[in-house]
Design a protein around this ligand. Sequence first.
Ligand SMILES: [Zn+2]
Length: 135
Amino acid sequence: METPVVEREQEKVGGTQTLTPVIVGIYLYKDEMPRPDPKKDRKIRVDREPFWVRRDAEEVVWECMQNHKHSQDPPCFTVIFQNDVFQRSRKFSSDSDGKAHSGPAHKLAGNDTLYKYTVHVDGCDDLDPQGGVTP
Ligand SMILES: [Zn+2]
């Protein structure tokens, strides 16, 4: 069953190419275990792991799912890759809507290869989920 495409969430790339968003929700939850650092009492969870985006057809949109007023300063979250998976950058920070758009896949990103990335939220332990590109 294909997920219906929501028109307004599509992003124009280069004026010609429209990438369909693959949403990765970023949630925070309270950790019940006592923490070594009591300030870091929350954990990060993503609701799609791994993510897969179709090359030249889809992009990742990471979305902050916290019930709060999203802000860019500081951002709700930052996503950092160690590899060239997307053309635009290896680092993405959420905008004032709590979203970060990956844009198109990098030509160096291997097909069907999983890449680890880091989700950073202030006050939480970093999370290292995975994602990749399919042909
Ligand atoms: Zn937020």
